[in-house]
Design a protein around this ligand. Sequence first.
Ligand code: ZN
Length: 168
Amino acid sequence: MKDMRNPTGDDVVLAHAEAMHARDLTCKSLGIALEEVEPGRAVLSMQIAEDMVNGHGIGHGGYVFLLADAAFAYACNSHGPVAVAQTAQVTFLQPVRPGDRLAAEAGMAFADLIRAGELDRLRVCAGDDCDAVLVDLTRNRSRIYCDTGNCGNRQHVAAYRARQRGES
Ligand SMILES: [Zn+2]
């Protein structure tokens, strides 16, 4: 059975992240879950509990920042030498409330592309009505759709339906 936390099937990366997560007492105490990890990318999630609110009754920004920082840490340490953040900035887009489950995705792909001189792997999704930017890390550089909008599936369904209409 495929482990959803390990989309690339890289068992060493997953094992490394799980070992780090097991030692991460902050993540443990806040119930922060390791959702996905692959080289240069990690997704962590956290539920906003009743006692994680500020004086306005909304989720405390410090916890939101902490989740983002943790995702960054797992992405940075998924490969290469041990890394810690020197500086970070978070923009709070909207309030969160007790009961909300937040997911933070962090990727090092862009930094890796610059380092490797492979900015041509950066492209805009080919999906109709989608402007998402994707990083093509495939060996043969064949990726054209983003993950976020399910664009590849939607394009295949649209093409299938067009063929069906043409045949009838
Ligand atoms: Zn897309």
